[in-house]
Each structure stands twice: as structure tokens, then as C-alpha cells.
Design a binder for this molecule. Structure first.
Ligand code: C2E
Ligand code: CA
Ligand code: CA
Ligand code: CA
Length: 277
């Protein structure tokens, strides 16, 4: 965030500025932004380490503010969660994600779309029906979606979260535990959840080519995931050495700046052509 501040992109910092006045204006700004189409769906490729093919993308929201420029999610998602606005935003993201998959499908490109879901979404018992309505509208299979949830989002209210996750999984959506390794949930609890994928947090991946402790953590997470019959994805892959190490350790998929930074969804097909050459 500090780097972005220097580039002139930082605008809101709800953590630092505790005045409710400012938060209120952020909330009304976000509401207006949704109506004025200032949010954009960006995507980042997820690639298989078995054959280096593009498997899917993660949807990452961006706010392009007319005066303030690009506002990154860490500057408004935490507040969107606190205020409950995240429910409207998640609905919009799911709709955009579905539209995007539909467009790609028309070009014979069938990919899996990973969407980030937060605690407030999981507390909404109608969420599975709302998602089902969107997929119905676009005639898309639920199996084209993966929902990324952090351990802390689940542990906020494990009973209710578990219920919603069971329902989403029963519809046919994949579930992924995001930022794996940074939370405090027990493996015994995670084992009961209908999870398909573990996503190793980038804090362990970024320097694993230089830091032995990190690479050992990554190795045991990969083994753990496979022992639990789960797919394992590493995020934060910034160089070739890390990608090679992950491949040797048996990791299934990678995501990170080495492959591509997040980009507007409309640029993905061009990226794919370059990548496959
Ligand atoms: P996340 O879900 O853990 O997403 C991964 C973040 O790591 C993204 O930041 C991505 O741009 C960044 N990243 C990807 N590859 C690399 C890499 O190689 N190196 C480094 N240093 N970073 C990498 P982004 O897009 O700024 O999003 C930050 C967080 O905001 C996300 O973390 C997620 O928690 C939240 N977020 C983003 N979009 C959404 C959304 O649509 N809905 C919700 N609920 N949360 C979102
Ligand atoms: Ca994520
Ligand atoms: Ca993550
Ligand atoms: Ca994260």
C-alpha cells in the first residue's frame, strides 16, 4: 500500500482514519460507484504445473475512480465487509464473472472462475439461491465456479458458514481455502468442510527459493493437501525458480506475477495466446 501511495493511488484508509464521517462517505461513494459502473472485474490466470495450460482465473475487483484513479481492494474491501456493502458487491462480481465466462465460452474458451467470498456473504443464507439465479440466467454450469474463502471468514461463525458452504458445494461449486496457513482453524475442523482446494498463502511462496523454512512449510502443505485428496494452488509466484520448485514439490497449480499480474478480463485471450507460444 505504501508503494501505491507513492504512485498516487491511495485514497482511503479506513484502518488509519477512524472517523465515522469519513467511513460514511466511503460507503456512499461505494454505492454510487456500483451504480456508475466504476467497479471492474480483473482476472489473474491460474496455470497447471502438470502441462502449463491455463485452467482458470481468479476474479479480483478494481475500483476505477474518476478523480482518484485506481483504488485497490485492500482500501475498500475491509470496509465493504464491515458495512455490509460487500453483499451487493459480491452479487455484482458474480454477475460479471458469469457474463465473462459466457463471452469466453462463445470463443471456445472454457475456464474455471474463482470468486472471493467473505464472512458477510457466508452469513447470508440466501447466497446459494442468489448464485443459482445468476447461473440460470446465463445458462452456466455451477462446476465452472470455485469460491475462495479464508479460514478466518469461516471461523467467525463456523456453524452458519458450514451450512452455507454445504449448500454451495451441493449445487456443484468448488470450494477453496484461501490464504491457507495464516489462519488458526484446526485441521480436524477443515476436514469436515466440503473443500476441493487449498491455496497456499503468498507469504510462504514469495521467497521460498531463498528461505528454507518457507519452502519446508510449502512442501508440507502440498503433502497435507494431497493426503486429504485436495488440489493445491500456490499464489504469489514471482519468478521461474519458485515455479520450478513448486513443480518439483508436486504442487498442482500456480498463480502470480511471473505468469501475469491481474488484468482486465477483456485482455485474457491475448495473454493466453502469448503464453501458449
Ligand atoms: P487474495 O484473495 O489473497 O488475492 C491475491 C492478491 O495477491 C491479489 O491482490 C493479487 O493481485 C495479489 N498477487 C497475485 N500474484 C501476486 C504475486 O506474484 N506477488 C504479489 N506480491 N502479489 C500477488 P489484490 O487484487 O490487490 O487483492 C487483495 C485482496 O483483496 C485479495 O486477496 C482479497 O482478499 C481481496 N479481494 C480482491 N478482490 C475481491 C473480491 O472480488 N471480493 C472480495 N470479497 N475480496 C476481494
Ligand atoms: Ca483469493
Ligand atoms: Ca490469497
Ligand atoms: Ca489475502
Amino acid at each position: 500500500a505504501a508503494k501505491r501511495a507513492r504512485q498516487g493511488a491511495v485514497t482511503y484508509s479506513p484502518e488509519i482514519d477512524k472517523s465515522s464521517q469519513k467511513n460514511l462517505s466511503l460507503l456512499s461513494d461505494m454505492r454510487a460507484a456500483l451504480e456508475r459502473n466504476q467497479f471492474q472485474l480483473w482476472v489473474q490466470p491460474k496455470v497447471s504445473l502438470h502441462d502449463y495450460r491455463l485452467i482458470g482465473v481468479e476474479a479480483l475487483v478494481r475500483w476505477v475512480h474518476p478523480e482518484r484513479g485506481m483504488v485497490f481492494p485492500d482500501q475498500f474491501i475491509p470496509f465493504a465487509e464491515q458495512s455490509g456493502f460487500i453483499r451487493s458487491l459480491t452479487h455484482w462480481i458474480m454477475d460479471q464473472a458469469a457474463q465473462t465466462l459466457k463471452l469466453w465460452q462463445a470463443q471456445d474458451l472454457v475456464l474455471k472462475m474463482s470468486v472471493n467470498i467473505s464472512t458477510m456473504d457466508l452469513m447470508d443464507q440466501d447466497l446459494p439461491q442468489k448464485f443459482a439465479a445468476i447461473l440460470d440466467q446465463y445458462a452456466l454450469a455451477t462446476s465452472q465456479f470455485c469460491l475462495e474463502i479464508t479460514e478466518s471468514a469461516i471461523m467467525d461463525d463456523p456453524v452458519r458458514a458450514h451450512q452455507t458452504l454445504d449448500n454451495l458445494h451441493a449445487m456443484g461449486m468448488d470450494l477453496s481455502i484461501d490464504d491457507f496457513g495464516t489462519g488458526y482453524s484446526s485441521l480436524a475442523y477443515l476436514k469436515q468442510l466440503p473443500v476441493n482446494e487449498l491455496k497456499i498463502d503468498k507469504s510462504f511462496v514469495l521467497k521460498m527459493d531463498k528461505d528454507n523454512a518457507d519452502s519446508r512449510i510449502v512442501k508440507s502443505t502440498i503433502d497435507l493437501a494431497h493426503n486429504m485428496q485436495l488440489r493445491v494452488v500456490a499464489e504469489g509466484v514471482e519468478n521461474q525458480q519458485v515455479m520450478q520448485l513448486l513443480r518439483e514439490l508436486g504442487c498442482d497449480q500456480v498463480q502470480g506475477y511471473f505468469l501475469s499480474k491481474p488484468m482486465p478480463a477483456s485482455q485474457l485471450t491475448v495473454w493466453k495466446q502469448d503464453w501458449e507460444q
